[in-house]
Design a protein around this ligand. Structure first.
Ligand SMILES: NC(=O)c1ccc[n+]([C@@H]2O[C@H](COP(=O)([O-])OP(=O)(O)OC[C@H]3O[C@@H](n4cnc5c(N)ncnc54)[C@H](OP(=O)(O)O)[C@@H]3O)[C@@H](O)[C@H]2O)c1
Length: 358
């Protein structure tokens, strides 16, 4: 079930005023018992991975794709054998055959297109970060509630098989009490002021692109909201954060040390340290295995893995739709809220605002 929010000492980003009853998971949408039909919105880089992943998912298919340019939609449809194409995002929303939409536009458009989908009663799986800030997330969640329609941020890492194993190991007490988390996700993309990664107008920067993974991981492992958030953000040539470090501290002395970058490459490892041992997750954001280290001995945990990994988030959405749920208990609205709250606070410290937020 959901955790209570504990952000009282950080008024700048707490989501005060949200009625408690809105926090709970609730069922409300119609249960689906047939093949679930998906529509892809914005056939760019990551939509290709999504469509590859879909090939592994049973009783589910992509039936339509929408681009701002019909030619791009047609090229994508041809590549993946998709039946219908649309030259606008609005048009696919009007397609009654489409049950769920996958949204993969640049970050500033996530809010508007998620809301558009929910108002058309389409289940929405929207790429990370869910939106730009907590205020936007509130609008999206309110729309999901009003329409009793499913909404989930596509934090695909959470559904990788190894993550389930890590949770199991922790719940069995095999590393004792968790005291510390470390995670880094730093990569180097050549500077291009016009690219999605470096352009402020497209919601660029390391925090929203990859920091979000490290923060989601820390929240998942440490299990409650931090009382201390401090970050260093290197605001670079185009006005977005290029390499950053953040510390999340908790009342009982636990902490997470995180780093993320779009201008410097690191190993992408995550660690969960407990009183009796630790777990290492190489390439944690797309992890296939974990290493459990106890008393100096290493045990590799490598569960079965199918597809390219993106299939698991689709399976989760389908599972929820078949159960008539409007949110996933594994990637809940509250989880997105916690992560965005932390990102808002870090950006506040760095004075990093996106157009429209001034
Ligand atoms: N889960 C993951 O592993 C992962 C990995 C990478 C990115 N992402 C997320 O996925 C989203 C898209 O990333 P991407 O790497 O796929 O980006 P991308 O290759 O640039 O594709 C984005 C697509 O959005 C559409 N779009 C709509 N308005 C746009 C605008 N003003 N400028 C540029 N494109 C616009 C374009 O498609 P049309 O014009 O054809 O409609 C474009 O192809 C981001 O939110 C990112 O954070 C997730």
């Amino acid at each position: 079930m959901e955790r209570e929010k504990g952000l009282c000492c950080l008024d700048t980003y707490s989501d005060k005023g949200r009625p408690k009853e809105q926090e709970r998971l609730f069922e409300g949408s119609k249960k689906m018992d047939r093949t679930i039909k998906w529509g892809v919105i914005a056939p760019g880089n990551i939509s290709n991975s999504f469509a590859e992943g879909m090939k592994e998912v049973l009783n589910s298919e992509i039936c339509a794709v929408a681009s701002r340019d019909l030619n791009r939609a047609e090229a994508f449809a041809k590549k993946f054998g998709i039946e219908k194409t649309y030259g606008s995002y609005e048009a696919i929303m009007r397609d009654e055959e489409v049950d769920a939409v996958y949204i993969a536009t640049p970050n500033p458009y996530h809010k508007e297109i998620s809301i558009m989908g929910l108002n058309h009663k389409k289940a929405v799986l929207c790429e990370k970060p869910a939106v730009l800030n907590l205020k936007e997330l509130g609008e999206v969640i309110r729309t999901a509630e009003e329409n009793k329609t499913f909404y989930m941020e596509a934090m695909w890492t959470k559904f990788l098989p190894v993550m389930k194993e890590v949770k199991r190991i922790i719940s069995e007490g095999r590393i004792g009490e968790i005291r510390m988390v470390k995670a880094d996700f730093c990569f180097r993309a050549p500077f291009d002021a016009e690219s999605r990664l470096y352009k402020r107008e497209l919601g660029g920067g390391a925090l929203l692109d990859v920091g979000v993974y490290t923060i989601a991981f820390a929240c998942d492992m440490l299990g409650k909201d931090p009382s201390y958030i401090k970050g260093f953000g290197d605001i670079g040539r185009s006005g977005v954060d290029e390499q950053d470090s953040a510390i999340l501290g908790y009342e009982d002395g636990k902490f997470a040390a995180l780093s993320f970058a779009i201008s410097t490459e690191t190993e992408h490892n995550a660690y969960v340290y407990g009183t009796e041992g630790y777990i290492k997750l190489p390439q944690f954001w797309r992890a296939r295995e974990a290493v459990l280290v106890r008393n100096g001995e290493e045990q590799v945990i490598r569960p079965d893995f199918k597809g390219n990994g993106y299939n698991y988030e689709v399976e989760e959405v389908n599972r929820c739709l078949r159960a008539g749920k409007v949110q996933s208990d594994r990637m809940s609205w509250n989880h997105s809220r916690e992560v965005i709250s932390i990102m808002d606070e870090l950006r506040r410290q760095w004075k990093l605002v996106y157009p429209g937020e001034e």
